[in-house]
Design a protein around this ligand. Structure first.
Ligand code: FAD
Length: 444
């Protein structure tokens, strides 16, 4: 299927990685990426508002789509950063526990996940509290055990986005900024999409929806998103000056309060003499993309979300988590308490009034109409007259940045031979096997 006109909606890390992989694998493809934001302005994209951690697969059950894409994406992204001489900090990570049965069981599970998700055995180890504090003297005496993983890295999101933009256009791709998708229709005879944008109509043989927290809206325009929607989950980071002469050398994560949800409790990362803590995880319907300054939530969006029974099911299922996260979000005192647990109070006491807003990201969390949070990644098909002619990336949440180049390889393969995937159920074992095989063979 050569010379296919492929339109990618969204120029965040997913859209750019998909364009990059399609153009690298199929030199004849004609790829256009549209984004509603101006060039180089990443303030509306999740891709530049995250922890910037190359995740190493601790939290993901081996064999799931998320685990497979993250495992390969982790290495593809690291190679991309190193080959392009972009900022890279291989600082490693520790996940700390406080001695409860729950914490010990989870650390044990994450240890097994790390090995199951491809981390070399010599890069993963359990430490007792004293051994941990020898490496990280600022950490609390209440920490009894920790999982240390050597190869997670910190990346610089904007430099990667810029580099990918250059690679996409350098390979003949076109990126159109200030171009908002407003509607999608399919012509019956020519099996093409007509995508209505703020800059006029664009015809495409194949569409890829990588619109982040807006994927459900775009999917609906193409006839999809019938059984799910996106719930915006806001994450705020707060900064404080590190007044000690003891820097933190790893990324410090805590065992999550609720391991059933895909959001992790605030973590700590040393940066230029300060420590970033965060993110929070507060549900905020009506706020999909306001990243900076003061804002008003989108009232129409808020009302619409509350007419959706899935929203109410979701509230009922998260009665415990929501007040905790809302408290951390609005109160510096509660936020400080959630972070202080990691640190030795006599060495570093977090003064709530000294915490400064650092940045805010918004996870586009996939939720079913029954209010169930999806912990896995997923893809949805869009068909024209029985032919596979489009794909939506249905769960743009974490670790989407780490996984993006692997997602790109899978979607590049789908766009090159859609007939191969037409009858495969994307939630089946068969698809997982295909993805695994594809990524292993491409990366050999
Ligand atoms: C607080 C937080 C912490 C995270 N930490 C990590 C981490 O440490 N490591 C990691 O791997 N991942 C992390 N993630 C997840 C990661 O940031 C996302 O998975 C990833 O950035 C999603 O990328 P995306 O390209 O799908 O979406 P986005 O980056 O949001 O891009 C979507 C693009 O679509 C465009 N768009 C939307 N609607 C339209 C339209 N109608 N027309 C045209 N364009 C449109 C938007 O302008 C935007 O540029 C974190 C996320 C959050 C929120």
């Amino acid at each position: 299927m050569k010379n296919r006109n492929i339109l990618i909606i969204g120029a965040g890390i997913k859209g750019l990685s998909i364009a990059y992989q399609i153009l690298s694998k199929n030199k004849d493809a004609a790829v256009t990426v549209v984004d509603k934001e101006p060039q180089g302005v990443y303030h509306m994209s999740d891709s530049s508002h995250n922890t910037q951690c190359g995740h190493s697969g601790l939290y993901y059950t081996p064999g799931t789509l998320k685990a497979i894409l993250n495992q390969h994406g982790f290495e593809l992204l690291r190679d991309y950063i190193i080959n392009n001489k972009l900022p890279y900090n291989p600082c490693g990570k520790v996940v700390v526990g406080y001695g409860s049965e729950k914490d010990n069981n989870l650390l044990d599970k994450y240890y097994k996940n790390a090995l199951g998700n491809g981390r070399p055995a010599n890069k993963v180890r359990m430490l007792d509290g004293d051994a941990l504090r020898e490496k990280e003297p600022l950490l609390s005496k209440n920490i009894t055990s920790a999982l240390e993983v050597d190869d997670p890295y910190l990346f610089d999101a904007n430099s990667i986005l810029k580099s990918l933009e250059k690679d996409v256009t350098g390979r003949g791709g076109v990126i159109k900024h200030n171009t908002k998708v407003k509607g999608i229709s399919s012509g019956d005879k020519d099996r093409q999409w007509t995508v209505k944008t703020s800059k006029g109509d664009i015809k495409a043989d194949f569409i890829v929806n990588a619109a982040g927290a807006q994927v459900d809206r775009i999917a609906k325009m193409a006839g999809g998103a019938k059984s799910w929607f996106i719930c915006p989950v806001v994450g705020v980071y707060k900064d404080i000056k590190n007044t000690t002469d003891m820097p933190i050398s790893h990324m410090i994560y805590q065992v999550p309060s609720d391991p059933e949800i895909p959001f992790l409790d605030p973590h700590a990362i040393e940066s230029h003499g300060g420590i970033h803590f965060g993110p929070t995880a507060m549900v905020k319907f009506g706020m999909r993309e306001h990243y900076s300054g003061n804002f008003l939530p989108h009232l129409g969006d808020m009302i619409k979300a509350h007419f959706n029974p899935g929203t109410w099911f979701f509230y009922m299922k998260n009665l415990k988590n929501m007040p905790r996260e809302t408290g951390r979000h609005y109160s510096n005192k509660i936020f400080a308490k959630a972070c202080q647990g990691m640190l030795n109070e006599s060495r570093f006491k977090i003064d709530p009034s000294a915490l400064k807003f650092y940045k805010r990201g918004i996870r586009g969390q996939h939720i079913s109409l029954k209010g169930v949070i999806s912990n896995d990644f997923g893809l949805e098909k869009h068909m024209i007259l029985g032919e596979l002619r489009g794909i939506t990336d249905i769960n743009p949440g974490s670790p989407g940045f780490t996984a993006a180049l692997a997602v790109g390889l899978v979607i590049a393969d789908i766009t090159a031979s859609p007939e191969k995937y037409m009858n495969i159920d994307f939630s089946s074992k068969h698809f997982l096997e295909n993805v695994k095989h594809l990524l292993e063979s491409v990366r050999k």
